[in-house]
Design a protein around this ligand. Sequence first.
Ligand code: FAD
Length: 332
Amino acid sequence: MPAPDSPSEIAASSVHIPFSFELFPPRSAAAAHTLWDTIQQLAAVGPEFMSVTYGANGSSRESSLEVLRYILDETSVHPLAHLTCVGSSHFEANRLVREFLDAGITSFLALRGDPPSGAVESDHFLGDLGSASELVQLIHRVQTERAQYATLASRSASGGGAIPSSRQKVRVAVAAFPNGHPRSKRSNQDVDTLLAKQVSGATIAITQLFFHAEDYLGFLEDTRAAGVTIPILPGLMPATTPARLERILELTGERRPEELSRRLHASESSDEQVAIGVEHAVSLCLEILAGGAPGLHLYTFNQHRAALSVLDGVGLIAGPTSPESSNLKESA
Ligand code: FAD
C-alpha cells in the first residue's frame, strides 16, 4: 500500500505514524512551572515518547532527571533520557547509567557530547569513552549486569527463575547527521558511524534537524545501502521567528532554507511568522513521510503550540491548535 502523502489521506488512513517530542530541562523555577503544563499538553496527543536533553558535561543531570521523573509519574508517555559521555571516566559513566536505570528510565539517547568550548582535540577532552558507540555498549552492559544481579537475588529468595534478556528491556537511540557532523572528515563518515552504532546495539536513530527533504531522504538511501536497518527518525523543528532560524543555522551549520528565511525576515507580525514556520515544517514532514520516514520527532524548545500545529497540519492529530487561532507568541 503506498504511503499516504496529504494531510487528509494521512488523517483518513489506518497507517500508524508515530511522533515524539524533545524537551530540555528548565533553567528556573518559573520555567519549570510552565514546562509541566507544556508536557501535559504534549502528552495529551499521545506521542510515542518524550526525550529530555542532557546538559554539556553533565551540567543538567539533576534537572534532566527531574523532568524525566515527571514524565514517568505524571503522564502515560514513555520518557527517553539523552546521556553524554564526553569527559567521563568508565566509573562515572557506569554510575550515571545506573542512576537513570534506578530512576526507572529504560530508554536512552546515547551521545558522545561536545568538548567544552575552547577545547581542541589535543586537550584529550573525550575521557574514557571516545564515541557514542561505546556508550551504547556500556548502557547494554550495565543493564545486563543489573538484570543478572536481580535474577540472582530473586533466585536466592525463591529458588528459581530465568535470566531475562536485557536487550529487550532497554531501548538505546543514537544521533544521526544527514548533512554530516561538523567534525566529519569525509562524506560517508556519518553513514559508517551510524552503522557502527547499530552494531554496538542501537535500536533507533534520531537525526540532527534539517530543512531540506532531499538531505534526509538521500541519507536514508545511503544508510540503507550500507546496511543500516534501524529506523532513522527525522528530527524537525518549526522555525517560527527569524532569530530562531539564525540561531539554529549557527549552531548546526545546516544549509539555509532560502525561501523560509526570506519570508520570515520579510514578516513583522509574530503570528504570521509562526504560520510561515509551521507551513514550512508541515510541507517538509509530508515530503519525508511520503519518502519513507518512519515517524516524526519534533524539537519543541519547550513550547507546545507550534509542535502541535505541525502535527495538526500533517493530519496526525485533530486539534484546534492552528497558528491563526491560537495567537502564538513564541520567542526565539
Ligand atoms: P559520535 O557518534 O561519537 O560522533 C559523531 C560524528 O562525528 C560521527 O560522524 C563521527 O564520525 C564524527 N566525529 C566524532 N568525533 C570526531 C573527531 N574527533 N574527528 C572527526 N570526526 C569525528 N549534545 C548534548 O550535549 N546533549 C544532548 O542532549 C544532545 N542531544 C542531541 C540530540 C540529537 C538528536 C543530536 C543529533 C545531537 C545531540 N547532541 C547533544 C549533540 C551531540 O552530542 C554532538 O553532535 C556531538 O558532537 C556528537 O555526538 P554523537 O553522539 O553523534 O557522537
